[in-house]
Design a protein around this ligand. Structure first.
Ligand SMILES: [Zn+2]
Ligand SMILES: [Zn+2]
Length: 230
């Protein structure tokens, strides 16, 4: 028997139950914040628009995110395109935008409008102040202040679901160049540390295969600040 573990999520997307989807995304993301809500909403918009020229959402689709902040978790949970299933592409360009695309390259790109994040807290001085102090400047607040931040931020997260889409997003049809399916490579065992590694990530050292860390060569890491070579 084959099961579709995302059956319920897909049903909620059909129904447009954004609240349920945001609550579900909290399980992955760990907190409720405005950008995770925007990621959920942008994904639902893209899924619906992409359906306008496909038969369904169970085709081979990929998501491209242009930022590795909270927004990206809304995209992963809602689209089902994740870091682990190779259907997620990260373009490290620092834009709050996502694209949902078919393997053929036809896609929908949803971008948070410039100025919207600032407008979000413009008429909410408390939220603006808490964000400035405890998120942007990473100040350490009292337990009470941190609780307040969580509450205000959570309220602002759910409030995003009520804002009309066209205030938040620019939506466009795009054609993107996409890679083929992720290849599966055999493993080798490192002559130095004894750990198995993907063949393409190895180097030869004194005639034996070694893993990248043991080779001393540089490699890419994805961290909070983006992708960099170490
Ligand atoms: Zn967040
Ligand atoms: Zn090694």
């Amino acid at each position: 028997m084959s099961t579709n573990p995302r059956h319920e999520i897909q049903e909620k997307i059909e129904e447009g139950d954004l609240r349920w989807l945001l609550l579900k995304t909290g399980e992955l993301h760990g907190h409720f914040c405005p950008f995770v809500a925007l990621g959920v909403k942008a994904s639902v918009i893209a899924i619906r628009r992409l359906r306008a020229f496909t038969e369904g959402i169970d085709e081979d689709i990929l998501a491209i995110v242009e930022t590795n902040n909270c927004f990206a978790d809304g995209v992963q949970m809602t689209t089902g395109c994740t870091f682990g299933n190779n259907a997620l592409i990260f373009r490290d360009v620092g834009k709050t935008a996502m694209t949902l695309a078919l393997r053929g390259g036809k896609g929908i790109r949803v971008l948070v409008k410039p100025g919207y994040p600032e407008a979000m807290t413009a008429d909410n001085p408390e939220a603006k102040n808490l964000f400035e102090r405890f998120i942007r400047r990473r100040e350490k607040g009292t337990p009470e202040e941190m609780r307040r931040l969580k509450d205000v931020w959570e309220a602002l997260s759910f409030a995003q679901l009520e804002v009309p889409d066209d205030k938040q997003f620019k939506v466009e049809e795009v054609t993107v160049a996409l890679p083929g399916h992720a290849p599966i490579h055999p493993s080798l065992v490192c002559a130095e540390c004894g750990e198995a590694f993907m063949e393409t990530r190895g180097r030869m050292k004194n005639g034996d295969p070694v893993c990248l860390p043991c080779s001393g060569d540089s490699y890419f890491v994805l961290e909070g600040g983006g992708i960099r070579m170490i």
